[in-house]
Design a protein around this ligand. Structure first.
Ligand code: T5A
Length: 213
């Protein structure tokens, strides 16, 4: 069943540590929602608009960054992403599934690198206005499991650069964000297999957003 004409789309974000399965879930979830007749857009951060993709290359290709500088780069990219991709889609009635969003900056630059919550909130207000996700799915996985998955696909460089303590703080930060905003966030056990994680996400969407997917 498609949405009623004139209905705004819903904004779903996927969060969690590296290797938690966000990209895998975003693909499966988008395909499932589309199969249910919903217009849906899959996007990611950093990136999701031409200028934001250019900033992604800058962030990931350089550094280490000062935490405030890195947060500002993420929010500059995010502002472009919101203005050029996310808001136009939502206003056209399209559902948006986004791999990472502002919570990642609080977890990585905040808990991981020491950026204050106050600065993060200021950047959110500047870059996002009143836009917040309708639902955030937090994929929770012990960092060593995510590392194992990244190693299995031959891509563990970021883990080697950051260390176990950093990733433990990032994981704890995502769980704290979910505990702080239980109405917006649902924590999923990302140690389950891909189909089970998809089923958990669909259950959360049914419960929180009331769609019959
Ligand atoms: N960052 C980002 C910040 O510091 N601040 C910010 O504000 C933002 C937005 C982004 C980097 O930028 C940082 C965080 C990151 O360090 P990225 O390349 O986009 O870099 O990295 P990630 O978003 O972390 O993406 P990853 O690819 O590392 O992880 P995913 O998307 O969570 O995992 P996925 O789906 O690619 O899966 C990883 C492997 O596990 C398997 C997959 O097949 C794949 O091989 N897998 C599963 N295996 C078993 N069971 C499951 N349920 C599985 N799901 C996936």
């Amino acid at each position: 069943m498609g949405p009623e004409p004139g209905t705004r789309g819903r904004f779903i974000t996927l969060e969690g540590g590296e290797g938690a399965g966000k990209t895998t879930l975003s693909r499966a979830l988008t395909a499932k929602l589309a199969a249910e007749g919903l217009p849906v857009l899959r996007t990611r951060e950093p990136g999701g608009a031409p200028g934001a993709e250019a900033v992604r290359g800058l962030i990931l290709g350089h550094g280490p960054w000062d935490p405030v500088a890195e947060a500002m780069l993420h929010f500059a990219a995010r502002r472009e992403h919101v203005a050029r991709t996310i808001l136009p889609a939502l206003e056209a009635g399209i559902w948006v599934v986004c791999d990472r969003f502002a919570d990642s900056t609080l977890a990585y630059q905040g808990a991981g690198q020491g950026l204050s919550r106050e600065v993060w909130e200021t950047l959110c207000d500047l870059a996002l206005g009143t836009l917040r996700p309708d639902l955030t799915l937090v994929l929770d996985l012990p960092p060593e499991r995510g590392m194992g998955r990244a190693l299995a696909r031959g891509d563990a460089n970021r883990y080697e650069m950051q260390g176990a303590d950093f990733h433990a703080r990032v994981r704890a930060a995502f769980l704290a964000i979910a505990a702080h905003e239980p109405g917006r966030c649902a924590v999923l056990d990302a140690s389950r297999g891909p189909q089970e994680v998809l089923d958990l996400s669909l259950a959360a969407i049914r419960e929180r957003l009331g769609i019959a997917a």
